[in-house]
Design a protein around this ligand. Structure first.
Ligand SMILES: NC(=O)c1ccc[n+]([C@@H]2O[C@H](COP(=O)([O-])OP(=O)(O)OC[C@H]3O[C@@H](n4cnc5c(N)ncnc54)[C@H](O)[C@@H]3O)[C@@H](O)[C@H]2O)c1
Ligand SMILES: CCCCC[C@H](O)/C=C/C=C\C/C=C\C/C=C\CCCC(=O)O
Length: 260
């Protein structure tokens, strides 16, 4: 997909990976809408993008992705601002083993509702223009980690849910494709966690000391690879200190998605 002249909606866009993606999309000529629960940072980051690229390039909407009504309303507002949506990045997420019901609401429900709204507004067979939907999982959505078991469960849910949509046999009519972003630890506010947010914080910090953290730009690079590769559908874009790679999942008649 050529990014110039396209439109995108990003959740969790106020900081971290979401903001990195917003900035990269705006730099490539995409008009963007940022949804986030943190209004101050959201407004400031959008103002900076508009200062750089011109008024109207970016729009911020305060939205708690755990509230389906808010998300539905913001998608409608985004379509009226953008005209239509080509790219949706369901990225908002957190790690809260000590408040796991809320974490499940953000990491799973927020992605499920965000994906369903994206399909509804984007599918060609119902008046949309098609496009790509990318959901943020994690390396921990592919490889279990004892340090935060419920977080891992939410990310496995995102990976499985997104792959299931990617294996939908009617995607051609809808003009949609899907991808999942699976980075290891990325240097964002996410990593400035309080110990009670993890089950085994000491052990995770030791693990982190061994492998180090990725810069946000590496996660953004992985996102852009999926968005720009029109042949990519069902890719788990794995981003680690060893590099960026994705297993293209092939849709084989009668067998669903099979790893290459
Ligand atoms: N940082 C990492 O180590 C890492 C690694 C792999 C995957 N991830 C995933 O990447 C995604 C982005 O994380 P990040 O590292 O950029 O963290 P971050 O904390 O810097 O950014 C997350 C953003 O999501 C927003 N958010 C949180 N709850 C929300 C809600 N209910 N509604 C709307 N917005 C909400 C936050 O306000 C914040 O702006 C998350 O899904 C996370 O699980 C992070
Ligand atoms: C505070 C919790 C942060 C969780 C962030 C993220 O979603 C999960 C990351 C999962 C793992 C990162 C930590 C260790 C990775 C261990 C090995 C990765 C090696 C990858 C490789 O280079 O092969």
């Amino acid at each position: 997909m050529q990014l110039k002249g396209k439109t995108a909606l990003v959740t969790g866009g106020a900081m971290g990976v979401g903001l990195g993606v917003l900035e990269a999309l705006a730099d490539s000529g995409t008009k963007v809408v940022s949804l986030d629960v943190v209004e101050d940072a959201g407004q400031k980051s959008v103002a900076a993008i508009n200062d750089k690229h011109g008024a109207g390039t970016a729009t911020f909407m305060k939205c708690d992705v755990t509230d389906s009504k808010q998300l539905e309303c913001c998608f409608k507002q985004a379509v009226s601002v953008l005209g239509h949506i080509d790219i949706v990045f369901n990225n908002a997420g957190l790690v809260l083993e000590n408040k796991w019901e809320y974490m499940i609401d953000v990491n799973i429900k927020g992605v499920v509702v965000g994906t369903q709204l994206a399909v509804e507004h984007m599918r060609k067979d119902k008046g949309g223009k098609g496009g790509v939907i990318i959901n943020t999982s994690s390396y921990a959505g592919l490889v279990p980690r004892f340090t935060f078991p419920i977080y891992v469960g939410t990310k496995y849910a995102v990976t499985g849910f997104t792959a299931s949509w990617a294996s939908n046999p009617y995607l051609k009519d809808m003009g949609l494709r899907f991808g999942t972003l699976c980075p290891t630890a990325v240097d964002t506010a996410f990593q400035r966690f309080k110990d009670e947010q993890l089950l085994y914080p000491k052990e995770f910090k030791e693990m982190l000391n061994n492998i180090g953290m990725l810069p946000v730009g590496k996660a953004v690079e992985g996102f852009l690879q999926i968005v720009q590769d029109d042949d990519s559908n069902g890719a788990n874009m794995t981003i680690t200190v060893k590099g960026i790679s994705y297993k293209q999942l092939l849709l084989q008649e009668g067998k669903g998605l099979i790893p290459q």
